[in-house]
Write a protein that binds this ligand. Structure first.
Ligand code: XMP
Length: 510
């Protein structure tokens, strides 16, 4: 294990992913929970301190770690804020500088294994305004400097594998960044490259067995999505038929999805209780325009259904959820990460739902869940399906959810998906779908002027949904999609393409 200490930036995740890509397990620990005890119990091969928004110069109570970190006897790498913190701990001077943002040229002034495979001068990606103005030279060696400002870009403690780098090796804009992380994790820390998501199946299964009492049952809502499918499969492995799987049709599914999901789950040995609650959900959503309100209503209705099932069987004591690692962060469950959207599968389980929560895959990233699914026997095609949000089409409809708008989104999304598959592009895309709101556009169909809906197409590429780029689709593809939608869906008179990335936008419109 490599521990990544999170100082509140979004970068901790990227660092954790890079380490796992080297087939070394990594775990993120909040700086508030990081201590010598954690190091002694986890026994990591190395510790990486992430960047973060705080300032040792101007924040009133900047995040701290005790001096013990310098003497733990395992390699430590501080990145950005982590770099400044390590410098501060050895008595270095941190000042507010001119700031370096984006592509920056650095020069290696003392060679070290950390920079193995790097040239004398390389471009790196920086994002900071505080900088290490000076470090005690009897304690540390400067390894690299920024060419333009002369700032210390990297240092190493004398006689200890404790390093600081001001730049971000974890981002792809630092071309040799992956190499640096490999040099640190594999070369310097000697971590063995043996980890794969499959390795932790046994641990997950034994954790479930030790948590769930022998006569207790676990309720698991399955949606057909890869996260809940893998969660249910792991539970079945762990507790057999004490798993109570339930598939709720909330009326906000895509075309033909209910039948398809039931068939696939059955083939995988999961026979969920099927509850068709579409009318209940659609009635509850009548007149509701606000997105967060929709999410809240849907979340509460799910919880009510779970409660009814749990009340019918007193042995049900647990609710299992397919929460994954980024969900945990995006929901603001971690200090320092601001709340963006309330993903109902993490936040907001009402208190009256008297069930304890089990989240077997909360340490895995999506691509790891997919790899695990394939190892567990899920057909590749199913494992590689695009993610679909829990509240379903309710978050792809702007304004009130109506049968008419649902019909439009269903048909249009199907067209988008079919056209992507025809081009062999489906698997390169993170998500692709249609959105409809209340705005209208006048069209001429036949020789009549007709007011119709505007459908927006959203196609994005992403690694984990936390950031995303709009997909640079060919004009021919967009034209085919537009032609089919306006031809096959009579109520649509205009198709637009969403060309904003996340950030500043989000993936779903609402
Ligand atoms: P946004 O729109 O926040 O989406 O950029 C990031 C990823 O999260 C999914 N998403 C949700 N998933 N419940 C879910 O289970 C939700 O309420 C929800 N909102 C967004 C979205 O599909 C994307 O992959």
């Amino acid at each position: 294990t490599v521990i990544i200490v999170n100082f509140g930036g979004q970068y901790a995740h990227l660092i954790a992913r890079r380490v796992r890509e080297l087939r070394v397990y990594s775990e993120i620990v909040n700086y508030t929970e990081f201590s010598m005890d954690v190091v002694e119990s986890v026994k990591p091969k190395a510790v990486i301190l992430s960047g973060g928004p705080s300032s040792l110069v101007s924040s009133p109570n900047p995040p701290m770690i005790g001096n013990w970190i310098l003497d733990v006897g395992i390699p430590v790498l501080g990145i950005c804020y982590g770099h400044q913190l390590l410098a501060y701990l050895i008595g270095g001077r941190i000042e507010r500088g001119v700031g370096e943002y984006g592509k920056t040229n650095i020069e290696i002034v003392n060679s070290d294994e950390l920079f193995s495979g790097w040239g004398k001068r390389e471009y790196v990606w920086m994002s900071h305004s505080d900088y290490v103005a000076d470090i005690p030279r009897e304690k540390a060696v400067v390894l690299a400097k920024s060419v333009e400002t002369g700032y210390i870009a990297a240092f190493k403690l004398v006689d200890k594998p404790v390093y600081g780098v001001q730049f971000h090796p974890e981002v792809s804009h630092t071309p040799k960044g992956r190499k640096l992380i490999e040099n640190f994790v594999v070369g310097i820390a000697k971590a063995k490259q043996t980890w794969s998501p499959g390795n932790i199946v046994e641990k997950i299964v034994s954790d479930i067995r030790s948590m769930v009492g022998e006569d207790e049952k676990v309720l698991c809502a399955v949606s057909g999505g890869i996260d809940s499918t893998v969660t249910a499969m792991l539970l079945r492995k762990a507790i057999g038929d004490r798993l109570v799987a339930v598939f709720v049709n909330h009326g906000l599914l895509r075309e033909g999805e209910d039948v398809e999901v039931l068939n696939t789950l059955k083939k995988l040995g999961i026979n969920p209780i099927y509850i068709d609650a579409s009318q209940t959900f659609l009635n509850a959503l009548k007149g509701v325009k606000d997105c967060e309100e929709k999410r809240k209503i849907i979340g509460e209705l799910f919880a009510k259904i779970f409660k009814d099932i749990a009340e019918s069987d007193k042995n049900i004591k647990w609710l299992a959820q397919g929460t994954t690692y980024p969900d945990v962060i995006e929901s603001g469950a971690v200090v320092g990460a601001d709340k963006i959207k309330s993903h109902h599968n993490v936040a907001g389980l009402p208190k009256w739902l008297n069930l304890r929560v089990l989240e077997p895959i909360k340490y895995l990233y999506k691509d790891e869940v997919r790899a695990l699914a394939i190892e567990l026997g899920v057909p590749r095609e199913w494992a590689l399906r695009h993610p679909f949000p829990g509240p379903g089409l309710a978050v792809r409809i702007i304004g009130e959810v109506t049968e008419e708008k649902l019909g439009i989104v269903r048909k249009a999304s199907k067209i988008v998906e079919e056209e992507l598959r025809k081009e062999g592009l489906y698997q390169d895309i993170w998500q692709a779908f249609a959105v409809v709101g209340d705005d209208k556009w006048v069209g001429v169909k036949g020789d009549k002027r007709q007011l119709g809906y505007i459908v927006t197409i959203r196609i994005v590429v992403s690694e984990d949904g936390m950031t995303a780029d709009w997909f640079k689709a060919s004009l021919e593809l967009l034209e085919r999609i537009s032609n089919r939608i306006t031809r096959e869906i009579p109520d649509v008179t205009m198709v637009t393409y969403a060309i904003s990335s996340k950030p500043p936008s989000t993936i779903e419109p609402c």
